[in-house]
Design a protein around this ligand. Structure first.
Ligand code: ASN
Length: 319
């Protein structure tokens, strides 16, 4: 059936659902939490001496990711750009001008349909992506812990009535957070170790030393333990799953090339990044944390599609 505006019935239905949802007090409260989360994250990083850099929306090279997503090519006067899947390469390069940086980075990842029912994936989301020159993994883990405690502490104060509405009791955990070794956790709890541990935990925790095949080429391989990366994920408790991921980075051209070969990827796809890496990249570590996932965790809403006004739902028409 075609409506008076020429829309298909399912399009009209989605727009009606959106209109109804956005008109509720619940949507206002979620948006308030979203806004406060962004404010406190920004305040935290500015207080820690970081520069906020503008996000990159399109570029000739972007994060290849470790799972298949559909391409987003844009042709412009003979050059091919794609939408940013993460700012990883731009973060490394921007560290030429400053020591610590962050961006609220919109990412587009045209996820496969299998990820539709997870409650944790959107085809468009924002991550706060940060990078620190000369830092070790331990140093960025310590920043992630301080950041989490800062944001939760401040949201508790400025979103008190929203947290009551959602019957959410959050607490600021003590630091340092627990850490699990990736291979050990997999052996002990099976393939779904992340979910198992997330449901059991009362506080966020880290999974570290992820194996080379389970991550992108840019996370640094431990020189002492080949095949093991100096990286980590932070996982939310109560079954909310992955919060952030990051690590130390490969920064020497030769080593980057070796890692691309080990992943059996075509170096040509990264040629612009490789050219800059050949001119010299600073050593660094960093991470990215998804804003919508943090809002979902704070409010306790089951589906991430509610965490933002205009969610790009996987496989469904979205405004
Ligand atoms: N932002 C992440 C990082 O810094 C990368 C990603 O989102 N894939 O490691």
């Amino acid at each position: 059936m075609i409506s008076q505006h020429g829309l298909k019935a399912e399009e009209e239905q989605e727009l009606r659902k959106l209109h109804d949802r956005l008109s509720t007090d619940r949507a206002r409260r979620i948006l308030h939490v979203n806004s406060e989360v962004r404010r406190h994250l920004r305040d935290f990083f500015l207080k820690e001496g970081f520069y906020e850099i503008p996000p990159v929306i399109i570029g000739p090279v972007t994060d290849p990711l470790n799972h298949p997503v559909a391409g987003t090519g844009i042709e412009y006067y003979g050059y091919r750009y794609s939408l940013t899947q993460s700012m990883i390469f731009h973060k490394q390069i921007a560290l030429l001008s400053c020591d610590k940086l962050f961006a609220f980075s919109p990412n587009v990842r045209l996820e496969p349909l299998e990820r539709r029912g997870t409650g944790r994936h959107l085809a468009e989301f924002t991550q706060l992506d940060m990078e620190v020159k000369g830092a070790s993994r331990n140093e960025v883990i310590a920043i992630a812990e301080r950041m989490y405690c800062y944001v939760i502490g401040h949201v508790k104060a400025t979103c008190r009535s929203d947290l009551e509405y959602f019957r959410r009791k959050l607490h600021v955990p003590s630091r340092p957070f627990m850490r699990f070794d990736f291979t050990g956790a997999k052996r002990e709890y099976g393939e779904e170790f992340e979910t198992v541990l997330s449901f059991r935990a009362a506080d966020p925790f880290f999974i570290q030393d992820i194996s080379l095949n389970d991550r992108e080429f840019y996370d640094r391989e431990d020189p002492e333990r080949p095949g093991i990366l100096l990286d980590m994920d932070m996982i939310y408790p109560e079954g909310y799953g992955e919060a952030l991921s990051g690590g130390e980075r490969e920064y020497e051209l030769e080593k980057i090339m070796e890692r691309i070969r080990k992943k059996k990827q075509n170096p040509d796809q990264f040629r612009y990044y490789l050219a800059v890496a050949g001119m010299g990249l600073p050593q660094s570590a960093g991470f990215g944390i998804g804003i919508e996932r943090l809002v979902r965790f704070i409010t306790g809403i089951p589906n991430i599609e509610e965490a933002t006004p205009f969610p790009k739902a996987i496989g469904r028409f979205s405004l």
